[in-house]
Design a protein around this ligand. Structure first.
Ligand code: PMP
Length: 289
């Protein structure tokens, strides 16, 4: 089954999919992206991901190159053409192609849109969830607007690699005050010994995860108490459990931080419950494949 990418109005074989060398995304990181889960042939939480995409775009004074309904069609068509039932869809919008200059191009240019789809090995993710994952901490050296989902991910790239080198699955950023901000590609949570779920409130210091938003909804439905506040690494070590949320991993138990055990050192019941409930509460789109 050959992969197909959508690039600026055309569906092309993956190996022939290219963008121009003066695309501002390529040269300046001038663009935004989204990642949505595909599960059992449907998109998960597409509406909220597209809402966040529009917000990211407007923060960079950009607009969608297509009407939202046309974009939804392209997303579905890309999934259909790749016949991926379980995986993820990636979409990226950059400001477009122009002679290299930091300021916006004088003449309006058309934003560039790329959509790709990839199958995910769900059994691997389930195995990680069953065992729980290790995270490390890294200083949060990112800019002040990480609430915008830009393609400028160098600190996240270096943090993830550091985690990988240390045999861990993710890195949690820690701010100058010693509080966890979020994961390199996820939001961070703890559960206190009183059973209170703690996660950082939305601000310019984190990306407000769609999965995080859904997880809060689930917790409230299950009458769990959620506190939105920053927590320190000390609090993680004293917590009864920890977990992270992201579209690709949904709710993933975290069992150690910097090689130190969290709680029992095994996935906790709260993370397990939220994980089980996740797809009952998330918005599941129509069947595509
Ligand atoms: N924070 C960062 C830095 C991320 O890259 C991601 C993953 N996109 C998240 C949080 C989680 O967001 P979501 O639940 O929407 O995938």
């Amino acid at each position: 089954m050959s992969r197909i990418a959508y690039v600026n109005g055309q569906y092309v074989p993956f190996r022939e999919a290219h963008v121009h060398i003066e695309d501002r995304g390529y040269q300046l990181g001038d663009g935004v992206y989204e990642v949505c889960e595909i599960r059992n042939g449907s998109l998960v939480d597409e509406r909220r991901h597209l809402q966040r995409l529009e917000r990211s775009l407007s923060e960079l004074r950009m607009t969608l190159p297509l009407a939202p309904s046309a974009l939804r069609f392209v997303m579905e068509e890309t999934v259909r053409r790749n016949r991926v039932r379980d995986g993820l869809i990636y979409l990226q919008v950059t400001r477009g192609v122009a002679r290299r200059d930091h300021g916006f191009p004088e003449q309006a240019i058309k934003p560039a849109l790329v959509v790709t789809v990839r199958a995910l090995d769900r059994s691997k993710i389930e195995a990680n969830a069953g065992a729980g994952i290790a995270v490390i901490t890294v200083p949060d050296d990112r800019w002040d607007r990480v609430d915008i989902k830009t393609i400028g991910l160098l600190p996240n790239v270096l943090a993830r690699q550091k985690a990988k080198d240390a045999g861990a699955k993710d890195a949690w950023f820690v701010d100058a005050e010693g509080f966890v901000t979020e994961g390199a590609a996820s939001n961070a949570w703890i559960v206190t010994h009183d059973g209170v779920l703690v996660t950082r409130p939305s601000s310019n210091r984190i990306l407000t995860g769609i999965t995080m938003t859904v997880a809060k909804e689930i917790a409230l439905r299950l009458q769990m108490k959620v506190e939105e506040r920053a927590f320190s690494v000390q609090e993680v070590l004293a917590a009864s459990e920890a977990f992270l949320t992201s579209a690709t991993q949904t709710v993933m138990p975290v069992i150690s931080i910097d090689r130190r055990k969290i709680g029992s050192g095994k996935p906790g019941p709260v993370a397990k419950r939220l994980r089980e409930e996740f797809h009952r509460v998330a918005e599941i789109g129509r069947k595509i494949v």
